[in-house]
Design a protein around this ligand. Sequence first.
Ligand code: HEM
Length: 481
Amino acid sequence: MGLISIAIITIVFLAIYSFYKKNFDPKEKLKGPLQLPIFGSLLSLGKLPHHTLMRWANKYGKVFRLYMGDYRTVVVSDPVMIREIWVKNFEIFSDRPHLPTFEYLSDGYHDLSSSDYTLWKHNRSIVGNAFSKMKLKNVGTHLDRQCKLLLKRMKEFQDSGEVFYPRNHLKKFSLNIILSMVFSEEVSYDEGVSGRVLEQLIKPMDRIFELSGTGNPLDFIKILGPVSMFLIKLMVQKDYHLIKGYLSQLYEEHLKNVDPNNPRDLFDQIITSEYPSAKEKNILGISSDMISAGTDTSATTLFWFFLYMCNNPHIQEKAYNEIKDIVGSDKEVLLSHRISTPYTYAIIKEILRIRPIGPLSIPRSCNEDCQIGGFEFYKGDQLIMNIFAVHHDEQYWTEPDRFIPERFLSNNHAEYWIPFSIGPRNCVGLNLALDEIYIAVANILFNYKITSESGNLIDDTEVFGLTTHPNDFGVKLESRF
Ligand code: HEM
């Protein structure tokens, strides 16, 4: 028998075994859709995986199983089970799955977002402490400055009557908040001036996330083994080196004159912390996390804000009146106004509910066989929290597909409003994100009436990606003064 025949017989055998194991394993108690051999559900998740998974949850249960390639994956859309897994049994589900993409991009899991429990605990406390110290010092100053720059940019569009395309301006707003807090750097709003940051940081990051988005078969098919790592490196290493080069340069510059007693920014605090090993790798990994996780997330939520305000002029008017009555002649909305503007804050919560930018959160893995809530979990399982499904569940929300900020006025829905996930490994940037979104939303509403460019409703269909965002659109700005 020739080599080709042996290879074909092996592949057929593996495919039959894989089909049997994924669909008819006698120890499997969870229901789920029929799985393809080798790929499992990887090819059937569609363009909007969170919608597909929500449909399957309706059919197979709020805790169901599928396979992403070789990984048994349990998808959870029930807030009670989410609490059991992500909070009460956190230590069993604290880690991320070990995937070649995560491994390569984090230089062997040396960062915050993909590290394993022991290192994660250490790095999380460094970032947590750094944020608390910054909070006391000057977060408000960074937010105010960046908000003023954004409003100034918007004014130029309003004065000229030109259509304003919010997406890139919002990205710069969020990026600048992170850059100034972490590195004391800033990108100019004028195109071109920001060449270095754009070419070495933002564009490479965007390209990497496009390539390595959810469900890359190279990550999930174990038989591909070393070939996967080789191909992933081939695809992302140029961009990866650009990002690491940019961060390494900042690291060297900061090292020259860092004063541990008087840190200038978050990076100084990260640099001056102790690490169990691989100090430089961890520093670069954590700072790269801050930029990748902290920029597009808040910016995309603000992008949705523009859309929902154009499509709901009565809601926009109601929030404007609330802010105007509170702020009066001060000309500027501050963080301290948030408590007195509950309707505006309810708008933010409703945007994060109806269009959570990370609808499937970031996956976790199970580190021991266990039974929780009557369901079996096995070591090595991947866990997916379907935030979108929880946020659109009719059991918890009246008319979940409608944009109704009022629903948050009488009830904060804390049990099932989970855009930042829950538990000890939830979003570390939660408070910063809510602060920056509030500052931007409230000041934009106070200064401008926003309408769609065409006068028609803007399409609110999502595009799945690093963050789930709308298709690009432009708006008209009318001054409130
Ligand atoms: C609207 C804004 C944002 C949303 C909806 C959001 C949402 C999330 C979610 C769902 C997770 C996964 C948590 C888990 O595994 O349980 C996460 C993790 C993370 N987020 Fe955010 N995020 C936002 C903004 C930010 C900002 C501004 C930062 C900047 C510092 C940030 C930094 C991170 C980091 C570093 C992680 C990984 C945490 C860890 O593994 O310990 N996020 N975020």
